[in-house]
Design a protein around this ligand. Structure first.
Ligand SMILES: Cc1cc2nc3c(=O)[nH]c(=O)nc-3n(C[C@H](O)[C@H](O)[C@H](O)COP(=O)(O)OP(=O)(O)OC[C@H]3O[C@@H](n4cnc5c(N)ncnc54)[C@H](O)[C@@H]3O)c2cc1C
Length: 378
């Protein structure tokens, strides 16, 4: 069932808001929930209607789960029936290695994102879906936000509009594009609790069973390779075949959706009366599911700054906090992204991991590391 608006665009334009959040992905929704809990009048706007599909691997790692706990939402994945993850089956060049995966879950973005919005609404957020928004200019104590037919005012604007949003930087050279689809039919090489991951020169493809028993397939490809294969479905089949997985035709024929280039560094992540959070503040191509954790961590970190009376020092303060919370964590991912562009290295790594899977533990540990303690405090 469609999640209804709690406010119309006209009503939203008549009020002056403490905070307007553009984008209701995990970053925007958790930020809105946190700010509403602090008693700030918060408006959450998204161009989409929810639930909606989103190109994503649907894996929440330990950092994402700990960040949800820190937001007071630790029980949400289990409530939605998220599937506990135990292992990753990594395939390359006909060989495969089984790596232990500590403590993540798989959950569709349809379910996760809609529930995070419901939590924000429960905390007091006003929700305006189906409306495109653009950050406007400074107007005294406020910044404006342009809606399709209205303008509203907020003391602070949070830009959480994702990878290709209004403050996102240029794509890094050689960056892969993202792609994804959902399937009701399951291939024989997929089992609940295991992420199947295939890497090949043209890109990589991951597949995992989510809470409703369907298969979330997500991929990152070289754009030239996709063109040479004649489309995303063919590209996925080619990667799976070169990795050594048996053919599974429904993947070729599925309805694939693509994304723009994945790795970006935003030029500016804050300015007078605005902060960028989540993918809007910069993103490194995914491999093992870190983006949702970064998005929620950045939402938690920006909330106290947003609640302060505005002063220009907050711009630098957010740049520093963002580097601490997200920037450093992206280093391990950048290293993996670099390695994935080198097929010979990947294939050699899988050959070694096939016999000594424990050698992957330090990297897996670095990807899952969290600053949020077991009690859920940041
Ligand atoms: C192929 C692929 C696989 C991935 N796999 C994983 C994974 O397994 N695990 C993981 O943790 N991460 C994964 N990620 C990354 C993850 O999807 C993102 O990091 C995460 O969604 C970021 O959340 P966000 O809230 O910043 O942005 P988003 O989730 O992108 O949300 C942005 C929202 O802004 C809205 N919006 C955009 N423009 C406007 C506008 N002008 N006005 C109003 N609304 C607007 C959009 O509709 C959207 O709802 C993957 C990404 C890709 C591409």
């Amino acid at each position: 069932m469609i999640l209804p608006a709690t406010v119309t665009a006209l009503e939203a334009a008549k009020s002056a808001w403490d905070v307007a959040v553009i984008g209701a992905g995990p970053a925007g929704s958790v930020a809105a929930q946190q700010l509403s809990r602090r008693g700030l009048r918060t408006l959450l706007i998204d161009r989409a209607q929810f639930p909606r599909r989103k190109v994503c691997g649907g894996c929440l790692n330990q950092n994402a789960l700990a960040a949800l706990s820190a937001a007071g939402l630790g029980e949400l994945p289990a409530r939605l029936g998220a599937v506990p993850l135990r292992s990753v089956q990594l395939g390359s060049n006909g060989r495969s290695a089984n790596l232990r995966w500590p403590g993540g879950v798989s959950l569709s973005r349809e379910a996760l994102d809609a529930e995070l919005i419901r939590e924000a609404i429960r905390a007091g957020t006003a929700f305006l879906p189906g409306t495109r928004a653009t950050m406007g200019s400074l107007a005294g104590e406020y910044r404006t936000v342009e809606l399709e037919a209205n303008t509203l005012r907020a003391r602070v604007v949070l830009v959480a509009d994702g990878l290709n949003g209004q403050v996102a930087g240029e794509a890094a050279s050689g960056s892969l594009i993202g792609a994804g689809t959902m399937l009701d039919e399951l291939p024989p090489w997929c089992e609940p609790g295991t992420v199947a991951m295939a890497t090949a020169p043209g890109g990589y493809v991951g597949a995992v069973i989510v809470e409703d028993g369907s298969l979330d397939v997500a991929a990152a490809f070289d754009a030239v390779f996709v063109r040479s294969q004649g489309g995303l479905g063919n590209a996925a089949m080619d990667v799976l075949r070169s990795a050594g997985l048996p053919e599974f035709e429904p993947i070729r024929n599925a309805e694939w959706k693509g994304t723009p280039a994945l790795t970006r560094t935003s030029r500016r992540i804050a300015g007078p009366r605005w902060f960028a959070i989540g993918d809007a503040a910069g993103y490194v191509q995914p491999f093992t599911g870190e983006g949702i954790g970064w998005a929620i961590s950045s939402a938690l970190a920006v909330a106290p700054l947003t609640a302060e009376p505005w002063h220009d020092g907050l711009v630098e303060k957010w740049s520093r906090a963002h580097r601490r919370v997200v920037g450093r964590r992206q280093v391990a991912c950048r290293a993996i992204a670099w390695a994935l562009r080198r097929p010979a290295l990947c294939s050699a790594a899988v050959r070694v991991l096939q016999f000594a899977p424990r050698l992957a533990s330090p990297i897996v540990g670095a990807l899952h590391r969290t600053e949020f303690g077991p009690e859920g405090h940041g």
